[in-house]
Design a protein. Structure first.
Length: 151
C-alpha cells in the first residue's frame, strides 16, 4: 500500500477479500465499503521488516470525526489488534487471541455499527491461522454472509 497508494493491494489484501467473499471491484467501491486505516499514515518498519504500530495521535485526531460522519455504517471489520482495541474499547480482551475467541459476543453486541474482530491477513499470521482452524470453519462463513447481506 505504501508504494501503490492503494490499501490492501498486496497478498494480504487478496486474503482479506477472499475471507470476505468479495471481488476487488466490490472491495474498492467506496460507495459500498470504507477502508479506514488506524494511523492514516505509514508508521515505518521495525528492524525485522514488520510495520511499526500505528501512531496513536493519528487515530485520536481522525477516527471519531470520521466515524461520526459515517452514521450509515452497519459493520466494522476490526482487522488486527490495534483496530480491535480501538473499536471494541472496554469490551476488548487483553489479546488478539481472546478477542478472536469471543468474536460471536462482539458481533452480537447491541450497538451500531456492529464490530467483528479479524486477525490481520498478513502472512505473519499464518501460524495463528493454522493453530485456530475454527476461524476458517466457523467465523469466515458468518463474515461472508454478513458482508454479502450488506452489499
Amino acid at each position: 500500500m505504501h508504494a501503490s497508494g492503494i490499501p490492501f493491494s498486496d497478498p494480504s489484501g487478496d486474503r482479506l477479500r477472499a475471507w470476505m467473499g468479495v471481488t476487488p471491484q466490490e472491495f474498492y467501491d467506496e460507495t459500498r465499503l470504507a477502508i479506514v486505516p488506524m494511523g492514516f499514515c505509514f508508521p515505518g518498519q521495525d528492524a525485522k521488516g514488520g510495520d511499526l504500530p500505528p501512531r496513536t495521535e493519528c487515530a485520536k485526531l481522525w477516527h471519531s470525526t470520521l466515524f461520526e460522519a459515517l452514521p450509515q455504517l452497519e459493520l466494522v471489520l476490526a482487522v488486527g489488534s490495534y483496530a480491535q482495541r480501538w473499536h471494541l474499547g472496554a469490551a476488548a480482551a487483553g489479546s488478539l487471541q481472546e478477542n478472536m475467541v469471543d468474536w460471536r459476543k462482539h458481533l452480537r453486541q447491541r450497538r451500531r455499527p456492529r464490530i467483528l474482530p479479524l486477525p490481520h491477513p498478513s502472512w505473519r499470521n499464518n501460524a495463528w491461522l493454522t493453530r485456530n482452524p475454527w476461524f476458517e470453519e466457523d467465523l469466515l462463513p458468518v463474515l461472508r454472509r454478513e458482508v454479502r447481506a450488506l452489499l
